[in-house]
Write a protein that binds this ligand. Structure first.
Ligand SMILES: NC(=O)c1ccc[n+]([C@@H]2O[C@H](COP(=O)([O-])OP(=O)(O)OC[C@H]3O[C@@H](n4cnc5c(N)ncnc54)[C@H](OP(=O)(O)O)[C@@H]3O)[C@@H](O)[C@H]2O)c1
Length: 306
């Protein structure tokens, strides 16, 4: 691909690290809601150094930044809207910077903006080994919630426990409601965040407390679940649609506040992303395959010059 042209409002970044997100996998199959015309440069999340910027952008050549756009991050140079960029927290390197934004802004939007999370509430996190899942566990715990991490793969339980130290890690297979009821003393969960869908969503509807919220975040299982509307009525819970990127675009001042809140928590070392592996960009295929085969506990990072 040619070096991208910098458009108005954009900043040119020399990419030092970029991270793989599930939408990247879907986009290469034409299975994501945003369908770029091939050929395109994949990758929505990066960290690097500013090499070209307008004065009005708020960034200067040499600044360490993290952020991204819908595509373009898996390259040596990426031209990115200035509005999506934030300085990398001092405490973080490029790898951690590249792993932060998408997962933690999704976690923050879901937990804080949409569900108004309060300390002491119970949060059930599905797909807990994923980038989003681990960020939700990490952030919820930091904000004082009781966290139940749920994974569909028994061999990942130990690694999830080590990475984010939730109150419990459970296997999200078959009937897991009884386990959730047992862990919460019969209360069930105030917030259930589900990026998996399918059977996991079906059983998750049985894990929400009265007055609670079931957050629909994605469909990694490949099945978009359906629900009879009498269930949320009888059980008195709400179903909440989460679109973190769109939320920040529609409410830019909230987007800025979310990015700042995450950067502050990172700077204070109260949150930090879990990295599964770092690969040279030339080995992108290994990263995509590992995500497709559900082998990961944490983020895959690509380094263009690795
Ligand atoms: N709503 C939003 O604003 C927003 C923003 C960003 C991402 N997302 C969505 O959130 C989801 C997770 O994204 P991510 O980047 O965190 O992906 P990821 O790192 O690959 O994590 C996805 C997790 O889903 C679980 N999973 C269950 N069934 C799976 C299957 N058949 N194949 C693969 N994984 C499966 C796995 O967890 P276990 O093995 O532990 O069960 C896996 O680790 C995606 O659907 C993505 O589109 C939503």
């Amino acid at each position: 691909m040619a070096v991208p042209q910098r458009e108005a409002g954009e900043v040119m970044v020399r990419v030092r690290a970029a991270s793989l997100n599930f939408p990247d996998l879907l986009m290469t199959r034409g299975a994501y809601q945003f369908k770029p015309e091939p050929p395109f440069t994949a990758g929505m999340e990066l960290a690097g150094e500013v090499v070209e910027a307008d004065e009005t952008s708020g960034f200067a050549v040499g600044d360490r930044v993290m952020g991204g756009a819908k595509t373009g991050a898996f390259a040596a140079l990426a031209s990115v809207p200035a509005s999506t960029l934030t300085p990398i927290p001092e405490a973080f390197d490029f790898i951690q910077g590249a792993a932060m934004g998408a997962a933690y802004s999704t976690a923050y939007t879901g937990l804080v903006e949409l569900c108004d999370l309060k300390p002491g509430q119970w949060v059930l996190v599905q797909g807990a080994s994923g980038g989003v899942g681990l960020a939700v566990c990490d952030l919820a715990r930091t904000l004082g919630a009781n966290v139940i991490a749920a994974t569909g793969v028994a061999t990942k339980i130990e690694a999830i426990d080590k990475a984010v130290q939730p109150d419990a890690v459970i296997l999200a297979k078959g009937r897991f409601r009884e386990r959730v009821a047992e862990l919460t003393g019969g209360r069930l969960c105030d917030i259930v965040l589900d990026p998996v869908g399918g059977d996991v969503f079906d059983e998750s509807t049985r894990c929400v407390a009265f007055g609670g919220k079931l957050v629909v975040a994605g469909f990694t299982s490949g099945r978009i679940a359906e629900i009879a509307t009498n269930i949320p009525l009888i059980k008195g819970f709400s179903i909440v649609g989460l679109r973190a990127g769109e939320y920040a675009r529609r409410f830019p001042e909230r987007g800025d506040a979310i990015r700042k809140a995450i950067a502050d928590l990172a700077e204070a070392k109260r949150i930090s992303p879990t990295i599964d592996r770092v690969l040279p960009l030339s080995q992108w295929r290994e990263g995509y395959e590992a995500m497709r085969n559900r082998e990961l506990v944490g983020k895959v990072i690509f380094q263009p010059n690795g």
